[in-house]
Design a protein around this ligand. Structure first.
Ligand code: ZN
Length: 223
């Protein structure tokens, strides 16, 4: 039986039960589609939605609210359709670009609500800013969506660990390929550090049989 969580309140009561489906809030789904539209145009996104077998979203994007209306399956199918439409190499590049654009658009909408719009400008050491930024970002995702993510730290790396991942939901792949998450993370790290570039690698994926989708963020920036 499919258990539905239509609001964060209901979601909380069910969080211990493994469900067949989980949700993103409408506005994040909307931002993701608009980010893809920045790259592919409206016609391109509509073609992608049809290929992903989600015609219900064609010219019918989710509303700008925090209600849980976008399924992990929709996000994952859309991600997979990028590879089908463009091939793995170009599909990856588009997904990373769209992830970056999702963060930029999301920050405009959610930044003022969260009070982190000026984090990048604060006079703090770079390492502290990255850590605060990634932690706030993880808390935000956990609070407003059913994605589950935590930040861990080693000597040379931060670890962005997605324990329930919409990007590869119900997928099976040979190499980790949650490229939308990679793009979002790359942009988040660049933004909070005022444009420094960080080396980020996805080392594990639930779609490969791992327990989480893990990204290594090297602490020392490339530039
Ligand atoms: Zn994943």
């Amino acid at each position: 039986m499919k258990l539905l969580a239509r609001s964060p309140q209901i979601g909380t009561t069910l969080e211990l039960a493994e469900r067949e489906e989980y949700y993103y809030p409408n506005n994040i789904g909307r931002i993701l589609l608009l980010a893809l539209e920045d790259i592919l145009g409206r016609h391109g996104v509509n073609a992608l939605l049809n290929l992903a077998q989600h015609p219900e979203l064609v010219n019918n994007y989710p509303s700008s609210n925090l209600e849980y209306g976008v399924t992990f399956s929709q996000i994952s199918d859309l991600h997979e359709a990028l590879d089908e439409m463009f091939g793995q190499r170009v599909g990856r590049a588009i997904a990373i670009h769209a992830g970056r654009q999702t963060f930029r658009r999301g920050l405009k909408v959610l930044g003022p609500i969260l009070g982190i719009s000026d984090l990048a400008l604060r006079a703090l050491p770079l390492g502290i800013k990255i850590k605060i930024g990634l932690n706030v970002f993880a808390e935000t995702m956990n609070k407003f969506s059913e994605q589950v993510v935590r930040l861990d730290e080693g000597r040379d790396h931060y670890y962005w660990i997605i324990e329930r991942c919409p990007f590869c939901w119900n997928r099976h792949v040979e190499t980790p390929s949650c490229h939308l998450a990679m793009g979002i993370l790359l942009e988040a790290a660049e933004w909070v550090s005022n444009g420094r570039t960080f080396h980020i690698t996805q080392t594990h994926s639930i779609a490969c049989g791992d327990s989480a989708c893990t990204f290594e963020v090297r602490k020392q920036p490339l530039s």
